[in-house]
Design a protein around this ligand. Structure first.
Ligand code: ATP
Ligand code: MG
Length: 432
C-alpha cells in the first residue's frame, strides 16, 4: 500500500525549501525595516470568526472552507486567510490598548486552506505572507503598505510587476453603488452565469469578481464605483493616488476590481506579475483597507489595512523571471576518514569543528577515499580534512584548502584547541 498527498497540496522538498527560505527571510528583513513584528495565530479558528469577517456569501466561505465539527462539537475551520484570525487576536488580546504602538503593525507567514479547483498557482493548501496595520486612517499608510510590498518584490529580484488599485469607498458609497449595480445587472440578468444570477441578489459586488467567461461582457460595461464615491471616499482616494504620484510609484486604476472578501473598504490593491508563463494566476499580492472589521469582531472602532501574498505564486514568478536564488548551503569543512579505525575520531573532529561555529560533514556510508573526496568537492567544502589510520596513530590531521589546493598537517590537539585558527591560517589570502 502506498499513499499520495491530498489533492491540491505539495511536498516542499530540499532543493525547493531553500527558495521558500529565501522568500521568507527577505520578507522578514524588509518588513522589519518597516517596523512590522511577527504574529502567529492558530491554523484553525471558530467558523464564525471567518464567516463574519470574510462574508457568508463569498466563495471562500460558501464553497471553499475546510470546516468541521471537532470531538467537542465545536464548529471550527482551517483558516482560509490571515486577516480575520489576526483581527480576532487583536481584539482578544486587547492590542488596541494605550500600551501598544500605533499603528500596530504585524506580519505573518504560514499555510492557508481553501477547497478550490487545483491548477497552476492555485492550491488547496497554499502559503501566504501578509501584513496588517491597525489604528491609522491616513492615506500615507496605505501607500507605505503598497510601497513595502513593491520593495519586497524588488529585493527578491522580481521586476515585471503592475500595481493596480481601486477604492470601494465607505458605507455611503457602497449603498449608492450597490443600488446602481443591481439595476444594471438586473437588466442583463439573462446574460449572466448561474452563479452570478445568485450573487446578483446576495452580494452584487461579487459579480464583478466573477471568473466565468460568460459574465465578462456584462461586467465590462458595469457602472463604475468611482462615479458613486461619497465626498470623503473621493478625498481619501485622491490622497492615496496623489501620494503614490508624489513617491513616483507607478500604478493603474481598475474600477472593476473588488477583491474576494467582504471586509474591504476604501483602498484596495493587487500586484500582478507580467512575467510570461505565469498561467491564469498572475495576482501575487492582494490587499486593502478594512475599517470596520475590528468592530465587527467585537473590538473598538479601529481602522486597518493589510495585504497577503501567495508564496507559491511568488516562486512561480521568480522562476519565470529567471531569478537566481542564492544558495544558502555552505560547507566549511568535510572530514574524510580512511579506514574503520577512524570512525569514532572523525565524528569527534566534525563535532569539534561545529562547536567552533563552522559547518562540517563527514561520510557515514563507509565510502572509499575517492568517493569521499568527490562528495567534499560536490558539496563545495572550503577545507577538506583527511584522517587516515597513520595520522590517527600520530595524532595529526591533514588539512587542504580547496581553493588553493594547499595542504598542511596539524596536530589533532591544535584542532580541538582552536579550529578557528587553523581555518583562518588555511583560508587567509596568500601573497607571494
Ligand atoms: P484569486 O483571485 O487568484 O483567487 P484571491 O483574491 O482569492 O485570489 P486573496 O484571498 O486576496 O486571493 O489572497 C491573496 C493572495 O494569496 C493571492 O493574490 C494569491 O497570490 C494567493 N492565493 C489565494 N488563493 C490561493 C490559492 N488557492 N492557491 C495559491 N495561492 C493563492
Ligand atoms: Mg480566490
Amino acid at each position: 500500500m502506498s499513499y499520495q498527498r491530498p489533492k491540491g497540496t505539495n511536498d516542499i522538498l530540499p532543493g525547493e525549501s531553500n527558495k521558500w527560505q529565501f522568500v521568507e527571510e527577505t520578507a522578514r528583513l524588509v518588513f522589519s525595516d518597516y517596523q512590522y513584528q511577527e504574529i502567529r495565530t492558530p491554523i484553525f479558528e471558530h467558523y464564525e470568526v471567518i464567516a463574519r469577517s470574510v462574508g457568508d456569501t463569498t466563495d471562500i466561505v460558501s464553497k471553499e472552507m475546510y470546516d468541521f465539527h471537532d470531538k467537542g462539537e465545536r464548529h471550527v475551520t482551517l483558516r482560509p486567510e490571515g486577516t480575520a484570525p489576526i483581527v480576532r487576536a487583536y481584539v482578544e488580546n486587547k492590542l488596541f490598548g494605550p500600551e501598544f504602538k500605533k499603528p500596530y503593525k504585524v506580519y505573518y507567514t504560514g499555510p492557508m486552506f481553501r477547497y478550490e479547483r487545483p491548477q497552476k498557482g492555485r492550491l488547496r493548501q497554499f502559503h501566504q505572507i501578509g501584513v496588517e496595520a491597525f489604528g491609522s486612517e491616513n492615506p500615507s499608510l496605505d501607500v507605505e503598505v503598497m510601497a513595502m510590498a513593491m520593495d519586497f518584490f524588488k529585493q527578491l529580484g522580481i521586476n515585471q510587476l503592475r500595481l493596480v488599485i481601486n477604492t470601494l469607498g465607505d458605507k455611503e458609497t457602497r449603498s449608492n453603488y450597490r443600488q446602481a449595480l443591481i439595476e444594471y445587472l438586473e437588466a442583463h440578468e439573462a446574460e449572466l452565469s448561474e452563479d452570478s444570477k445568485r450573487r446578483l441578489h446576495e452580494n452584487p459586488l461579487r459579480v464583478l469578481d466573477s471568473k466565468d467567461r460568460k459574465d465578462q461582457p456584462v461586467v465590462a460595461d458595469a457602472p463604475s464605483i468611482l462615479d458613486y464615491l461619497s465626498d470623503y471616499a473621493k478625498k481619501y482616494f485622491e490622497g492615496v493616488t496623489k501620494t503614490l504620484e508624489y513617491l513616483n510609484i507607478p500604478y493603474e486604476i481598475d474600477h472593476r476590481m473588488v477583491r474576494g472578501l467582504d471586509y474591504y473598504n476604501h483602498t484596495i490593491f493587487e500586484i500582478m506579475s507580467d512575467a510570461p508563463g505565469m498561467g491564469a494566476q498572475t495576482t501575487i499580492c492582494g490587499g486593502g483597507r478594512y475599517d470596520g472589521l475590528v468592530e465587527e469582531l467585537g473590538g473598538p472602532e479601529t481602522p486597518g489595512i493589510g495585504f497577503a501574498m501567495g508564496i507559491e505564486r511568488i516562486l512561480l514568478t521568480l522562476e519565470q523571471e529567471d531569478v537566481m536564488v542564492p544558495d544558502a548551503t555552505n560547507l566549511d569543512a568535510y572530514v574524510v576518514g580512511l579506514g574503520e579505525a577512524t570512525n569514532m575520531e572523525t565524528l569527534k573532529v566534525v563535532q569539534a569543528i561545529r562547536g567552533f561555529g563552522f559547518s562540517a560533514d563527514r561520510d557515514f556510508m563507509g565510502r572509499k577515499a575517492k568517493a569521499q573526496f568527490k562528495t567534499a568537492d560536490k558539496e563545495g567544502a572550503k577545507l577538506v580534512l583527511t584522517l587516515g589510520e597513520d595520522e590517527l596513530a600520530n595524532g595529526v590531521i591533514n588539512v587542504k584548502d580547496s581553493a588553493t589546493r594547499e595542504e598542511k598537517a596539524f596536530p589533532l590537539a591544535d584542532l580541538y584547541e582552536n579550529f578557528a585558527a587553523i581555518y583562518d591560517e588555511m583560508t587567509a589570502p596568500k601573497f607571494d
